[in-house]
Design a protein around this ligand. Sequence first.
Ligand SMILES: [Fe+2]
Ligand SMILES: [Fe+2]
Length: 204
Amino acid sequence: MDKSKITFSEVRTLYQAATTSMGEWMWHNHTQWVADKAKQLAEKYGADTEKVYCAALLHDLGDSRYERDHANFDTWSWETAKAILRNAEFRKHERDEILEAIRTHSCHPGHLPTALEGKVLATADGMRHLQTNFFPVICYMNRPDTSHTYEEWQRWFTAKIERDFGTKIFFADEKEEARADYEALKRVFENTALKARQSNKVLL
Ligand SMILES: [Fe+2]
Ligand SMILES: [Fe+2]
């Protein structure tokens, strides 16, 4: 079996056994979508397709085992990703490159990807957040234990959507492709219509 197939099958087994709030949903509605998009973008921009595809399959692995605020979330994700990459027989330097793409995929300040593979993964992830029903579903499920009030959720959303569109999408074509979805989400969740009605003192 090739490295991508081994990685896919190990990751699928973990998500299929998931008992977390997001695990199964992420596998069917996010992880595989990001992996397919990342593969297309790797081909388009000349990144290593196999590394990018496997990094994408592993990039949110923790959701298959723990809720995001669990103390073991990060260590388990990291150690399990490493073990899967070893089972797939990636060499040490290849594993390090894949792990670096995973580590930087969220594009938090000071942790931006510098290699093309990491930029491709971040772009695919940001695009899929904006172009699928990711945010409405997260909103519906209210990400248990990570946000308790709508205001908290909205602060999380605002920061995330700005990173998804502004920071994570590294390529001009893909930014244009996702722009309409970004603007629509921003308009809906920032609730400007309500603000306008309130400022005009119209009673609801
Ligand atoms: Fe993520
Ligand atoms: Fe993701």
